[in-house]
Design a protein around this ligand. Structure first.
Ligand code: UT7
Length: 324
């Protein structure tokens, strides 16, 4: 008998305002054609004034709890992946806890930028396997629109806002890869790549939140190399490889990165969940958003083998293998 962290519910939330690529043409030297062909992005959602990361996260959490048939007080822990918290502290996790009306358990945030959800999922799995928690709400939520430099065409057209959430519950399996739940993970970071993607402000430097800065094409090269590597490393830990996978649910930063990674892993694009066209890059929210949309579209079904993979600021990157 082996304890597994099994997905019981999934949900997402996107702010109401949809911004098509064409909206940027009025203020920037850019075009729908450039954005679409270089990134695959066609539109993204931006949060309304006052619609903070914890608000997006709470909507997504409610949807995931509803699918799981659980109440907030059934949950033992909340782990939120975000780099755009409402405040410097307290954590978005505790804000979500309060907004859900949850009166027990514990909550905290994980910050690994675009790879945040993979890190949060791995932490949630560890909480369940160590007996700290039986049921964990894992959320990825971001408002990257708040850290955009609207005069920088090379970044501001790429990002969007949103949130996705999973409810995980400990269940015993037989210890094989046929078990439902998280089967393996591979986490990495290398702080020497800091300049490739960072925010130029913060609490103990400027005292301001700052704006996102990115060396896009250098990061592109790192992403293509590292994402297939980490996904294959996670699969290898449980004796699996690309062709065993039913769905790659990748971080949705760039369609060209997603398809190059799938090709390296020998997974056809029909087996990749794509939301980049509709959401843009929502950082730590992109994987749970794609999982939720993949289920809603009828793509992901119970029993499917899924590999998620992401890379972002740090650099930090990783992958999780799970059976849905
Ligand atoms: O989520 C974290 C992980 N993030 C990523 O993985 C992002 C990785 N990088 C990328 O997705 C791509 O590198 C971008 C989409 C950011 C850029 O695509 P690219 O094919 O690497 O383009 P580039 O940066 O090499 O720029 C090509 C040209 C440049 O002009 P010159 O120097 O060739 O004259 C840019 O100035 O495109 C220009 N450019 C634009 N043109 C029109 C940059 N941004 C724009 C724009 N509209 N919005």
């Amino acid at each position: 008998m082996t304890l597994r962290a099994v997905v019981k519910g999934v949900g997402h939330y996107l702010p109401e305002r949809v911004v098509p690529n064409s909206e940027f043409e009025a203020t920037l030297d850019t075009s729908d054609e450039w954005i679409k062909s270089r990134s695959g992005i066609e539109r993204r959602h931006f949060a309304a004034e006052g619609e903070t990361t914890s608000v997006l996260a709470t909507h997504a959490a409610r949807a995931a709890l509803k699918m799981a048939g659980m109440q907030p007080d059934d949950i033992d822990a909340i782990v939120v992946a975000t780099s755009t918290p409402d405040l410097t502290f307290p954590s978005v996790g505790t804000m979500v806890q309060a907004q859900l009306g949850m009166t027990r358990g514990f909550a905290f945030d994980v910050q690994a930028v675009c790879a945040g959800f993979v890190f949060a999922l791995t932490n949630a799995n560890a909480l369940i396997l160590s007996g700290q928690a039986k049921r964990v709400l894992v959320i990825g939520a971001e408002t990257f629109s708040r850290i955009m430099d609207w005069t920088d065409r090379s970044t501001c057209v790429l990002f969007g806002d949103g949130a996705g959430a999973l409810v995980l519950e400990g269940e015993t399996g037989d210890g094989t890869t046929s078990d439902r739940g998280i089967l393996s993970a591979d986490l990495n970071s290398d702080g020497r790549y800091r300049e490739m993607l960072y925010v130029d402000g913060g609490v103990s430097t400027s005292g301001q939140a700052g704006k996102l800065r990115m060396q896009g094409n250098q990061l592109f090269r790192q992403a293509v190399e590292k994402l297939a590597e980490t996904a294959e490393a996670a699969l290898e830990k449980v004796g699996l490889s690309g062709p065993d996978v039913d769905w790659i649910v990748p971080h949705q930063a760039n369609l060209r990165i997603i398809s190059a990674t799938a090709a390296r892993m020998e997974v056809p694009m029909e087996n990749v969940v794509l939301t980049v066209q509709d959401h843009g890059n929502t950082s730590a929210a992109s994987i749970p958003l794609a999982l939720s949309v993949g289920v809603a579209r009828g793509q992901i079904k119970q029993g499917d083998l899924i590999v998620t993979e992401a890379i972002g600021g740090g650099l930090a990157w990783g992958a999780v293998v799970l059976r849905w």
